[in-house]
Design a protein around this ligand. Structure first.
Ligand code: GDP
Ligand code: IMO
Ligand code: MG
Length: 427
């Protein structure tokens, strides 16, 4: 039973941080398996609000061991400042474990991310500018720097040299930028070695031993299904696999160990950065969702694009992740609309299409086919059980469940840990 995956079912920012934090009190390990500090998770505990980027949201639960798996890309300066920020607020971070195989986001990866986006001009992806894509590119090109390299100066120097060889040609000749010196990079990276040393460990061994002892391990995805490099709206995606399979490769745990895959699903849809988004709204409804839902990026401060719920996407997420459950978030944000449109299918070049088209061109042409569901006006933020919800809110949840292909086992009615209706237990 003990291994669960919790991941974003849409384009990120579904409320994964809150959901992870809620479960954090009952699990032994919370593991990030992909992505890096492109993630931005807001967690509200009582009157305290935390913004986490790289650390697993389980770090806020005292009994839980947070783990940064091998599939994550780590910016050491961001990690250390996130740790010290939490320490200043009295959060104990001493249990953190970091995989020695995780790749490091170096300063030149951040530079390459920014100059590449500028170079792409109007075709840019709208990345977070945190060096994520270039770091994964170095990993695949076998010129990446891993956490363990910080502990062998000679190897580190050789690897930085190899990585900068081509990049400096590119920076100076193509992008008209100054070359980056090997020594300066090596010196900066070595400066992090001692500070990170207490956390570095063989996380694959630790997690598999924990599972053998029947400990509960929760894998926390960053980003979301439609931002997945293989299954998302390529090329408008991130450079890793937030989908369920990513948990296995990004943490070194076999698929037979995973018993439950929970998709975090917002009661409407948002997206940050460029790329197709069939239900996007450009009117006052979109503005209202943004305002009421507080839809502004935690990492970059960009306004999130907002639109109605898209059941085609939810069904797709169920399929590619093998979802066993959904956690529906932000239902409270929809309070006050007389009628709520829900996208049940697309119209593509005059034809009704029920499933996400594999062709990117088709997806760009997809127009939402809406069904109108009756809204509610009662405040639902204090609801503790499904029956506390107004009838129309219950019907909205049931309709989404039917269209999306997996049971909705929890409902968020506010940002706080306790503002949740639990229907089926996750553990
Ligand atoms: P993540 O990246 O998936 O962790 O999501 P973010 O933290 O970027 O964005 C979700 C936002 O919604 C955060 O500000 C949360 O505090 C907030 N939130 C999460 N669940 C709920 C909910 O059920 N209702 C409301 N009103 N806010 C929520
Ligand atoms: P959380 O974990 C929403 C988006 C960026 C951009 C694309 C590629 O908070 O849900 P990248 O910097 O990853 O190369 O950018 O992916 N993106 C996110 N959008 N939530 C996130 O994380 C995101 N992380 C990356 O906006 O469109
Ligand atoms: Mg976020």
């Amino acid at each position: 039973m003990p291994a669960l995956v919790l991941l974003g079912a849409q384009w990120g920012d579904e409320g994964k941080g809150k959901a992870t934090d809620l479960l954090g009190g009952s699990v032994d390990y919370v593991v990030r398996y992909q992505g890096g500090n492109n993630a931005g998770h807001t967690v509200v505990v009582g009157d305290q609000k935390y913004a986490l980027h790289l650390l697993p949201s389980g770090i806020l639960s005292p009994g839980c061991t947070p783990v940064i798996g091998n599939g994550v890309v780590v910016d050491p300066s961001v990690l250390l400042s996130e740790l010290s920020g939490l320490n200043e607020r009295g959060v104990d971070t001493s249990k953190l474990l970091i995989s020695g195989n995780a790749h490091i986001i170096t300063p030149y990866n951040v530079t390459v991310d920014k100059v590449t986006e500028r170079f792409l001009g109007k075709r840019k992806i709208g990345t977070t500018g945190r060096g994520i894509g270039p770091t994964y590119a170095d990993k695949i090109n076998r010129v990446g720097i891993r956490v363990q390299d910080l502990y062998d100066e000679s190897i580190l120097t050789q690897k930085v040299e190899a990585a900068l060889d081509v990049k400096n040609q590119m920076l100076t000749k193509l992008f008209n930028r100054r070359a980056i010196g090997v020594e300066q990079v090596v010196e900066e990276l070595l400066g992090y070695a001692d500070k990170l040393a207490p956390y570095v460990s063989d996380t694959v061994l630790v997690l598999n031993q924990a599972l053998e002892q029947d400990k509960v391990v929760l894998f926390e995805g960053g980003q979301g299904t439609l931002l997945d490099i293989d299954h998302g709206t390529y090329p408008f995606v991130t450079s890793s696999n937030p989908t369920a399979g990513g948990a296995c490769t990004g943490a070194g745990v076999g698929p037979t160990k995973i018993s439950r895959v929970i998709g975090i699903l917002k009661a409407y849809t948002t997206r940050v950065g460029a790329g197709p988004f069939p239900t996007e709204l450009f009117d006052e409804d979109g503005e209202a969702l943004r305002r009421i839902g507080g839809e502004r990026g935690v990492t970059t401060g960009r306004d999130r694009r907002c639109g109605w719920f898209d059941a085609v996407i939810a069904r797709y997420a169920t399929r590619v992740n093998g979802l066993t459950d959904f956690f529906l978030t932000k239902l409270d944000v929809l309070t006050g609309w007389e009628q709520i449109p829900v996208c049940v299918a697309y119209e593509i070049d005059g034809k009704r299409v029920e499933e996400l088209p594999y062709s990117q061109s088709d997806f760009h042409h997809a127009k939402p086919v809406y069904e109108m569901l009756p809204g509610w006006s009662e405040d639902i933020s204090k609801a503790k059980s499904f029956s506390d919800l107004p009838k129309n809110a219950q019907a909205y949840v049931k309709a989404l469940e039917e269209m999306s292909g997996a049971p909705i086992s929890a409902i968020g009615v506010g940002p706080g840990r306790t503002e949740t209706i639990e229907i089926n237990s996750f553990l």
